[in-house]
Design a protein around this ligand. Structure first.
Ligand code: DAT
Ligand code: MG
Length: 151
């Protein structure tokens, strides 16, 4: 029915540094479609569920503390290959390993302040979108630009 979707979240450092507009702009200019967005401070429970795969690792507790320290900007983006392309646009987990031109490579230094999350697979995206959004908050719409972005 719809092409691929990804869960993209600007973490508290990105919100504090007023990079919401910059980051949205990159996805918009690429041609991707915003399907849902909200500014919210996640609960500890939500943060732990979101990062469940990392439970038990040494950075898990600080990661949860960081994510719940203030508002995040949670989004769902849609478009062809958005999961893999979104990860490319975000850069590597460690900002110092990220190429300039990527979000982490342009704005970050330390791994614990890497600004943004992006789903790492279509399965993760579906799980994360369900975790962060109600189905009725996902907007189905057709941007008028579509025919000028997709052939
Ligand atoms: P990504 O956010 O690129 O998907 P991940 O899923 O491996 O990376 O890890 C989730 C977050 O946990 C990551 O954005 C920052 C933090 N993290 C990962 N590896 C870390 C490490 N070795 N030391 C400290 N924090 C780490
Ligand atoms: Mg990850």
């Amino acid at each position: 029915e719809h092409p691929e979707r990804s869960f993209i979240m600007i973490k508290p450092d990105g919100v504090q540094r007023q990079l919401i507009g910059e980051i949205i702009s990159r996805f918009e200019r690429r041609g991707y479609k915003l399907v849902a967005a909200k500014l919210m401070t996640p609960s500890v429970q939500l943060a732990k569920q979101h990062y469940a795969e990392h439970d038990g690792k040494p950075f898990f507790e600080p990661l949860v503390k960081f994510l719940t320290s203030g508002p995040v900007f949670a989004m769902v983006w849609e478009g062809k290959d958005i999961v893999a392309t979104g990860r490319k646009m975000i850069g590597k987990t460690k900002p110092l390993d990220s190429e300039p031109g990527t979000i982490r490579g342009d704005f970050g230094i330390d791994v614990g302040r890497n600004l943004i999350h992006g789903s790492d697979s279509v399965d993760s995206a579906n799980r994360e979108i369900k975790l962060w959004f109600h189905a009725e908050d996902l907007n189905s719409w057709k941007p008028v630009t579509q025919g000028w972005i997709y052939e």
